[in-house]
Write a protein that binds this ligand. Sequence first.
Ligand code: GTP
Ligand code: MG
Length: 204
Amino acid sequence: MKIHSSELECVAVKPAQYPAAGVPEIAFAGRSNVGKSSLLNLITGRKSLARVSGSPGKTRTINFYLCTGKDDSTDEPVSFRIVDLPGYGFAKVSKAESEKWGEMMESYLEHRDTLLKVVQLVDIRHKPSAQDVQMYEYLKYYGLDGIVVATKADKISNNERAKNIKLIRQTLGMNKGDTVIPVSALKKTGDAELLDVISSLLGK
Ligand code: GTP
Ligand code: MG
């Protein structure tokens, strides 16, 4: 699948602000600075759909992007939303802020009927953090797990890549049929694989 058009449709901090349901949604979660905005720009082919930041932790809202793509095999148009979830794991965060984050995530993940799957992002260079593991457990609880993108794949060698993907699978406790897709926003690799996975999710 290729995404032809994408636009920011809605920025929300609570359910009353979400756009009307009816369009399938694929959400993206990960620690702050993992490369989420860069990934969204890569797959939508937009230079600055999502803001790439120098200072981590800027996205404190749920951002809904309305996208139109075309299925490779059927040539049929596909409409769906990409949902950019607020990042976690930045150091300087108050208890109140982290509670707000939790509430925001829970109310979206728990009640959104049109949510098909959450793609979790982890940095390919490191063993997933305790918070990454916690996030993945959370997704498992809601049955939204199974797809992980390993970001910044250009930063390590091919040898290391296979080794680190194995470590990611083990640390997150991923199942056999689950997918880890290495992606580099810098080299523009891995986006086609991710879009294929998204396309098959939308086809179901
Ligand atoms: P916040 O919204 O601030 O939480 O961050 P984010 O997860 O959206 O990450 P963002 O896309 O803003 O990228 C964070 C930093 O990592 C930026 O300096 C990017 O240029 C860099 N980065 C993102 N993706 C890649 C990649 O694939 N390769 C390399 N080398 N750098 C990357
Ligand atoms: Mg971002």
